[in-house]
Write a protein that binds this ligand. Structure first.
Ligand code: OAK
Length: 823
């Protein structure tokens, strides 16, 4: 067919065109005179102006892909933590400065407009943000891709701090409308739950099964365009919203059951109401399982629909779709695709299984055993009677294979089974994902190795060829260009801007580390960023911090394995040194924390309280005399993070070795020139390799040492007794020094450390405190510190999500870029 013409008009990206479109949107979309337009009207008008540009490219993308024999990546994720769209799209379109100019002409502050955007917080932390970075890179590399997920009405809660405690408030991101999405009421799927199955013979006399479900809901597609950086590829993020199917309402109305109809509606809509705010571990709640199946079923039905539009035969499906499972949350997809192919499309089991295995890839994101998803068989079979049968059949065939390879090894069979029967019966989602995928990967070298040696050892022994590593990456567009315009300009002045697409070229900066004038400039930018953060901290917490002090920052979800409390123990140690020796020589430091705790995770919330309590005491104590400040930055999200990474001098990556799968905050900090103090955990290992051991502050046990210490019986008390400073630190907490004499408040935390210390803080405390001493010394030599800082940024190219996505494309998905032309 003829290419669609959408040149001129709103597709006009000249300054005049943009200005005209903007004015039109104020008028015709928002229905306002400029003189009465609210801040939100202006934001909406800008957003629609930009969206018009995206839609232009989107249509070109769809048009030029249609009918081509290409392969599409389908990224299945229960979470996408996108962050605000407006600024990011301006950067990717290359019209940031134009729009700044228009705003100025029209007489308002663009920052105020940016600030108006409510971010879609449809994720908890690392896993969801990684999915968003990968969407950015897929589009930037011109790879055809669809992200599939859930349109939660309420995303991750907003965090407030009251009296030092975390208080959760509902996230209302859709309150003022969402200009970035297009509702597609015509793209719908039916998703069923419960009921029973029944055998029958089809017209060819073959044994078949039909599922007679108990209830059915409707999934409606909501599409968000995802534009790549300075390319015309505009991919799709398709999020599903649950609604009641009409027939239920009619039936209920017909028998006069008005309330029944309304109940059904509420019941159905509940499925996509709210994001579960726990990251690792996830909670075994029925609604959560319903969410997973709901979005997976909608997405697979949608892919089959798109595929059939092209007239393809089902046994070739895997040549046209590569589906990636972002952890096990969408792993039910393996059973659902089998059901769709066998029950709905009439395929035989073997070819259907072949298609399924060739289509799916599985990425694991955690080493915490308690975070491996498993669902009680009773719950599972009740909701998905047909999938339960399919899983039993997959398992039967799979375990036959295991028995053929390892005759008589029933212990192995029990370990590998898709059903855990070691006490209660559970469906093991990671096993389902492994068996149903042709590729399995971890997210950092160390993590991938530990998966092979430990968590997924049996699977690796059986099919080593499925395993690989794909070290995580982050998008330099959002986390450097957008977050740190000062540094971006400075870098551009030296090496141009090609590094934004090819961050390996940042290496060209290395010689600048030896240039005193450049170092001076580098410090000036950092100082500006710190002043900026200091201002935001003042506005949000009332605390004054000194931009001349070292900014030592730990921002991430609150979790015991991430050991924010190890950081606190060290702060108390410094405080204790000052109290014992008022003239103690300490390089002034501002400790900044941020991150949300799962609402039901008592210990994580107590750690937030401890940080704030220590802050209250230390910040007010005149003896401290400016040497220490402690701040808890409330409501860490993508929007706030942009003030934080660029302002850091020191990045705290201090998890117990062997626990953090990768980490991605570590990359964001280092890219922005922060030095890392960290353990040999997750991607820290590779960051240190890249930036050089001499530019990284390493401490703590290795994963192997953690493992053998645990095996041989770890006794935290021994470390406690051997370290008088640690004793004084713990005593200050236990005595109520930070809690107005209340000895009970922090007792659970103190007891957990003294008697269990699962994450080995005591074992690492000495080494941590020593290395922090070296950090203090290093910071005094500002020239040398700046050198190290420049080298960190210059050597972080590997950790661009573009590199990660290229590896996925080549090794797992076997997909190629499809450049899109505008005219
Ligand atoms: C969340 C729920 C279940 C399992 C894992 C997660 C998760 O967020 N994992 C995190 O994924 C990030 C992206 O790969 C990693 O960088 C983090 O280390 C990991 O904790």
């Amino acid at each position: 067919s003829e290419p669609v013409s959408c040149t001129g008009g709103r597709a006009d990206m000249s300054l005049d065109g943009l200005r005209r479109t903007f004015r039109e949107h104020v008028f015709y979309t928002q229905g306002r005179f400029p003189s009465v337009a609210t801040r939100n009207d202006l934001y909406m008008a800008f957003a629609y102006t930009v969206r018009d540009q995206l839609l232009h490219r989107w249509i070109k993308t769809v048009e030029q892909m249609a009918g081509k024999d290409l392969k599409i990546v389908s990224y299945l994720s229960a979470e996408f933590l996108l962050g605000p769209h407006l600024e990011n799209n301006l950067i990717n379109l290359g019209i940031y400065d134009d729009v700044l100019g228009i705003a100025k002409e029209e007489g308002f502050d663009i920052q105020v407009i940016f600030d108006q955007e409510e971010e879609p917080g449809l994720g908890n932390g690392g896993l969801g943000r990684l999915a968003a970075c990968y969407l950015d890179s897929l589009a930037s590399l011109e790879v055809p891709a669809i992200g599939y997920g859930i349109r939660y009405e309420f995303g991750i809660f907003d965090q407030e701090i009251r009296d030092g405690w975390q208080v959760e408030r509902t996230d209302q991101w859709l309150r003022l409308g969402n200009p970035w999405e297009l509702a597609r009421p015509e793209i719908t799927c039916r998703v069923s739950f419960g009921g029973r199955t029944e055998p029958y013979q089809d017209d060819r006399g073959r044994y078949r099964v039909r599922w007679i479900p108990h209830r059915t809901v409707k999934g409606v597609a909501y599409d968000t365009p995802i534009l790549g950086y300075r390319v015309n590829t505009c991919n799709l993020l398709r999020l599903w919203k649950a609604e009641a199917i009409e027939s239920f309402e009619f039936e209920a109305f017909n028998v006069g059951d008005y309330y029944g109809a309304v109940d059904e509606k509420i019941y159905s809509e509940n499925i996509t109401k709210v994001l579960y705010p726990n990251d690792e571990p996830v909670q075994g709640k029925q609604l959560r399982l319903e969410q997973q199946y709901f979005f997976v079923s909608c997405s697979l039905q949608d892919m089959l629909r798109i595929y059939k539009l092209g007239g393809g035969k089902l046994d070739r499906f895997s040549r046209h779709f590569a589906i990636q499972l972002n952890d096990t949350h969408p792993a039910l997809g393996v059973a659902e695709l089998m059901r769709l192919l066998v029950d709905e499309e009439g395929m035989d089991w073997e070819p259907a299984w072949d298609v399924t295995c060739k289509t799916f890839g599985y990425t694991n994101h955690t080493l915490l055993p308690e975070a491996l998803e498993k669902w009680p068989v009773e719950l599972f079979a009740g909701l998905f009677p047909r999938h339960m049968e399919i899983i039993y059949e997959i398992n039967r065939r799979f375990l036959d294979e295991v028995r053929r390879r390892w005759p008589g090894d029933e212990a192995r069979v029990a370990r590998m089974s898709l059903i855990d029967e070691s006490g209660g019966r559970f469906v093991r989602m990671a096993h389902l994902a492994c068996v149903g995928s042709h590729a399995i990967n971890g997210v950092a070298e160390l993590h991938s190795r530990l998966l092979k040696e430990d968590v997924l050892r049996d699977f690796h022994e059986m099919t080593p060829e499925k395993f690989s590593n794909k070290t995580n990456g982050v998008t330099p567009r959002r986390f450097l260009v957008l977050a740190n315009p000062g540094l971006t300009r400075l870098i551009e002045g030296k090496i141009g801007d090609t590094w934004i697409r090819r961050p390996e070229e940042l290496r060209k900066l290395e010689p600048c580390a030896d240039d005193p004038a450049f170092r001076e400039e580098w410090r000036r930018v950092k100082l500006e960023n710190k002043k900026n953060l200091a201002r935001v901290i003042r506005e949000r917490t009332g605390i004054e911090v000194d931009p001349a002090s070292m900014f030592d920052i730990q921002v991430k979800r609150l979790h015991e394995y991430k050991r924010q409390h190890l950081n606190v123990l060290h702060i108390i140690a410094l405080y204790d040194r000052i109290k014992r020796n008022p003239s103690y020589d300490l390089c002034p430091r501002t400790f900044i924390f941020g991150g949300k705790a799962a609402p039901g995770y008592f210990m994580a919330k107590l750690i937030i309280k401890l940080i704030n309590s220590v802050g209250d005491t230390v910040n007010r104590d005149p003896d401290v005399n400016g040497r220490l400040k402690v701040v808890f930055f409330p409501d860490l999200n993508v929007k706030n993070a942009k003030f934080i990474y660029p302002a850091a001098d020191l990045s705290e990556q201090i998890s117990t070795a062997g626990k953090e799968a990768s980490g991605t905050g570590n990359m964001k900090f280092s890219m922005n020139g922060a030095l890392t103090i960290g353990t040999l955990d997750g991607a820290n290992v590779e960051i240190r390799e890249e930036v050089g051991a001499e530019n990284f502050f390493l401490f703590g046990l290795t994963a192997e040492e953690v493992y053998s210490l645990k095996r041989d019986g770890y006794r935290p008390m021994e470390y406690f007794q051997a370290n008088p400073e640690l004793q004084r630190v713990v005593e200050r907490i236990a005595s109520g020094y930070f809690s107005n004499g209340d000895r009970e408040l922090f007792k659970p935390l103190v007891d957990a450390l003294m008697f269990h210390d699962t994450f080995m803080l005591f074992a690492d405390f000495g080494s941590y405190a020593d290395v922090q001493g070296r950090v203090d010394e290093a910071y005094r030599d500002r020239e040398h510190w700046t050198r190290m800082s420049i080298l960190n940024s210059a050597r972080m190219g590997k950790f661009s999500s573009d590199r990660a996505i290229r590896e996925y494309c080549e090794d797992i998905w076997k997909v190629k870029p499809v450049p899109i032309l505008l005219e």
